[in-house]
Design a protein around this ligand. Sequence first.
Ligand SMILES: [Zn+2]
Length: 56
Amino acid sequence: MNCPRCSGWMVHENFYGLEDEYAWFYPGWRCVYCGEIVDKVILSNRKVVSRPHRRS
Ligand SMILES: [Zn+2]
């Protein structure tokens, strides 16, 4: 996998966090050159931004 920003080398990495009392964990990709992070959540967020769904 190549970085979408700089086409650099991306390494697989696991991300952890703690928000209030909810701990989250997800696997993603990080670019070793520019630090760009790509994961399923970010990809889905970008999809929502580019394709806003209608409210009925
Ligand atoms: Zn990069």
